[in-house]
Design a protein around this ligand. Structure first.
Ligand code: UT7
Length: 334
């Protein structure tokens, strides 16, 4: 019998510090009303001084390990998806590995808001091919230290928050257990790379990655053409979701739970309407956590499991879109 890839545990961690829309009104020319209406966000979490990305990742990973009944030394590999790495290099995964102990192979995967789904696909391939038995997949972001909290950066700064989510993907060879990551489909279109990006520090900036001019032109802050990104998100997400379900011969009606990336509540409502998905089959948490990029989907998944919204045997659909552009969907038999 072929090996299946089973998610055996989930975990999440959000920093304690709550930053409300009202708090942001103190920093820039924005309003609680604008942020709620345009994005659905009410508040988000930011780290405290001294908290590191690897601390968030560790807390989420330890919860996932506990849920799976595993110790860290039983892992075969760690994949960490992030766009807000702890250092230029090495990847955040190395700092996480040091915290978990041992010398298991680890690497970061950079596919922005689709990073968790891309990583899940890599983990699935490792497990199904027989190379590894147990892979930890983490989505971890600390956006707060990289945002432009002036009025100039308000279109992006109000949207993002910090957090981490994790899953354990294990080889499943039990013939009576149908739990599996059934299909994942990934897409990318680099011609839109600069529609949502941070230019610097990057080795394309000459003669040095850091210059006064870069600072002066705010090139170290994220820039986004919001409406352009929005239009692509609402087109690509339904496409890839359908493509993935079709590949698994699953109908929309058969899916118990749809979890979308948390970039904008309006994007998710639009996608749900297009696909005629009833609201009770959808969960969002952007209202309380904002957009946590690669961490949003694993946080949603972990919340769903914690709240009893996931039962073994259920079909779950995960879909994301983000910078790159990158987009992906997965369908899982829980
Ligand atoms: O996670 C990766 C994927 N990301 C996404 O999918 C995000 C996609 N884009 C969006 O979610 C939306 O485009 C935004 C929420 C970013 C913006 O919403 P919008 O309805 O597209 O607004 P807009 O950018 O067209 O801006 C409308 C107005 C502008 O003023 P004028 O030109 O009409 O006078 C902005 O300057 O709102 C202004 N504005 C703000 N006002 C108050 C922009 N940001 C703010 C703000 N507070 N924070």
């Amino acid at each position: 019998m072929s090996t299946r890839a089973k998610i055996t545990g989930t975990g999440m961690y959000l920093p304690d510090r709550v930053v409300t829309n009202k708090d942001l009104e103190e920093l820039m020319d924005t309003t609680d009303e604008w942020i709620r209406q345009r994005s659905g966000i009410v508040e988000r979490r930011y780290i405290e001084e001294g908290q590191l990305p690897a601390d968030l990742a560790e807390a989420a990973a330890r919860r996932a390990l506990e849920a799976a009944g595993l110790e860290a030394d039983q892992l075969d590999c760690i994949i960490l998806a992030t766009l807000s790495a702890q250092a230029e290099f090495p990847g955040t995964s190395f700092f996480l590995q040091e915290k978990l102990g041992g010398t298991v192979p680890c690497f970061d995967l950079r596919a922005q808001c689709s990073g968790f789904l891309f990583s899940l696909n890599v983990a699935r391939s490792f497990v199904v091919s027989g190379q590894y038995q147990r892979v930890l997949v983490v989505g971890c972001e600390v956006h707060s230290t990289g945002l432009d909290h002036s009025t100039e950066g308000r279109d992006v700064a109000v949207l993002f928050g910090d957090g981490a989510g994790a899953v354990i993907v294990e080889a499943n060879t039990d013939e009576t257990d149908r739990s599996d990551i059934l299909e994942v489909r990934m897409h990318a279109d680099g011609k839109y790379a600069t529609k949502l990006w941070v230019e610097s520090p990057g080795s394309g900036t000459f003669p040095k990655r850091w210059t006064q001019e870069i600072f002066d032109s705010r090139g170290h802050y994220p820039k986004m053409e919001g409406k352009f990104v929005f239009k692509h998100a609402v087109t690509r997400m339904p496409q890839v979701l359908r493509q993935t379900l079709d590949a698994a011969s699953v109908k929309i009606d058969d899916v118990s739970l749809f979890l979308f990336h948390q970039a904008n509540l309006r994007i998710n409502e639009y996608v749900a309407n297009q696909l005629e998905i009833p609201p009770e089959k959808i969960r969002n948490n952007i209202q309380t956590y904002g957009n946590c990029s690669a961490a949003s989907i694993p946080i949603l998944l972990s919340e769903a499991e914690r709240d009893g919204a996931l039962n073994r045997g259920d079909l779950v659909s995960l879909t994301g879109f983000g910078s790159g552009f990158s987009w992906a969907s997965a369908v899982i038999r829980w």
